[in-house]
Design a protein. Structure first.
Length: 487
């Protein structure tokens, strides 16, 4: 849990310190790579670390991952300019990829099927606490100490986690039928393919237009690398992403469903805070609370999900959860304009409860359907698909929001059109200082943001329906479960 906390809190603690970091190091035009670079490194290394943990064991991968993460944290604290800080954030991400996938796999190794919901719920609680505490801690350190402490606080926590794992985590010796080999060409091909694709998705529409030469080059490069990856993996003796990951209905259906989950999660995590501040007029802290209630109900629902799937099965439990999530997402556009803050908060509370019934049973189902030698690869594949879904969702829903907003601004009355901002970020910044706007202009912009976010939630509801159809059409009615003796 301490190792998971390192990766979980790192995704949120940096956000509130961006003004201080940019003020000290400069580089405002590229600061988004502090997040994008970390996300890229985590995502593209997940399948690599999954295979390495199946080949060499969980402990070596976990120890090396924590060491790399802590080295990256120390270097981030010593960064002398924005370019160095971004590079060291990527190094952090290389370690974070090992932490996210391997901790989930270790939990499945250590606990039998009946106890896995409890430990997975505790791991989910780590993410929930990090989502709430990360921004607050980052703001306190940046405001009252120095932004470099945001990275230095990782060192004592990581040192304790590293000592505990090294001292107390003992893996049973397992016989190997052949000499362990690592498919390094496949790993490099996956890294290149994922890096190019995620860069195109993250930077498209931000650093360059979608219909531009850089965008086309990155997408074309990712397609070529994908073809090379398939060719390499087919010939490899021990491929990083073996073909059975997609040939088995259980894993392929869960991979696609978790990809849809990552996509739909962009609606609340990215756009709800903007809605709360720009439309409802809340401050940053109350706006964060509207979102954080989802992280409170999610682990509770996850912990109770075993009572559902033991009676109905993994697939039906997930269908119940995603069905509820679809209803919540589609209900969001029905909220009254400039309603009370408790209304979206109540929906997010229900969304967290629904997704707790969806995600955890599917992760446990996949981990229980494979033996020890395949569990790391299988776990990493579903986490990888969820991460890719988040990147696709950020690009897709960002385009939806800005397209809707552009249409609304184009239809604005001529009297208020001059000088009006032209994208979601600019509108949100303008509404953060409503005194500088006329009452008519501010109200029109709030309506525009509300409509844009409504369309995003409708898109997220469609993603939930895709997840439902995937489970109904592809997933087996009864997921296979292997006993520990078979594993």
């Amino acid at each position: 849990m301490l190792a998971m906390a390192l990766a979980a809190i790192d995704g949120t603690i940096v956000s509130t310190a961006i003004p201080q970091i940019v003020g000290d190091l400069g580089g405002f035009s590229v600061f988004s790579w502090l997040f994008s670079g970390y996300l890229l490194a985590v995502t593209v290394t997940l399948p690599v670390y999954g295979k390495l943990s199946d080949t060499f064991g969980r402990k070596p991968v976990l120890v090396v991952g924590m060491a790399v993460f802590l080295a990256g944290s120390l270097l981030c604290a010593a960064a002398w300019n924005m370019a160095a800080l971004i590079a060291f954030r990527v190094l952090q991400g290389l370690g974070g990829g090992a932490l996210q996938g391997t901790v989930q796999t270790v939990a499945a190794d250590l606990y039998p099927l009946k106890e896995r919901p409890k430990i997975q719920a505790k791991l989910s609680t780590v993410w929930a606490v990090s989502a709430v505490a990360g921004p607050a801690l980052g703001g306190l350190l940046a405001g009252y100490a120095d932004w470099r402490w945001i990275f230095l606080v990782n060192l004592p926590v990581g040192a304790v986690a590293l000592w505990l794992v090294a001292r107390y985590f003992h893996e049973p010796l397992r016989a190997r039928t052949a000499r362990a080999r690592v498919d390094w060409p496949g790993a490099l091909a996956i890294f290149a393919c994922g890096g190019l694709l995620l860069t195109a998705l993250v930077q498209g529409g931000v650093a360059w237009p979608w219909l531009s030469a850089p965008s086309a080059a990155f997408f074309a490069g990712s397609a070529l690398c994908a073809a090379a990856t398939v060719a390499i993996e087919r010939r490899a003796a021990q491929p990083i992403i073996p073909g059975w990951v997609w040939r088995r209905r259980t894993i392929s259906a869960v991979n696609l469903s978790l990809g849809a989950l990552g996509l739909l999660m962009i609606a609340p995590t990215v756009f709800l805070p903007t809605y709360a501040q720009s439309v409802l007029g809340l401050g940053p802290i109350p706006a964060g609370f509207v979102l954080s209630v989802m992280t409170l109900s999610w682990p509770i629902s996850s912990a109770l999900s075993s009572r559902v799937y033991t009676r109905t099965g993994f697939r039906n439990c997930a269908l119940i959860g995603m069905g509820g999530a679809a209803l919540v997402l589609l209900a969001f556009p029905l909220l009254p304009y400039r309603g009370a803050a408790w209304q979206p908060a109540l929906l997010m509370l229900a969304l967290g409860a629904a997704l707790g019934l969806f995600q955890l049973p599917l992760i446990i189902a996949v981990q229980s359907s494979v033996g020890w030698s395949e569990r790391g690869t299988a776990t990493a594949s579903i986490l990888f698909c969820r991460q890719v879904g988040q990147s696709v969702g950020a690009a897709l829903f960002g385009a939806v929001a800005n397209s809707t907003l552009a249409g609304r601004l184009a239809d604005a009355p001529a009297a208020i059109r001059p000088g009006m901002p032209d994208d979601l970020d600019s509108v949100a910044r303008a509404l953060s200082h409503p005194a500088a706007l006329t009452a008519r202009t501010a109200d029109y912009l709030r309506h525009a943001v509300s409509t844009a976010v409504d369309h995003v939630y409708l898109g997220a509801g469609c993603a939930a329906l895709v997840a439902l159809l995937t489970l109904v059409l592809l997933a087996p009615r009864r997921f296979p479960v292997r006993t520990e003796e078979e594993g």
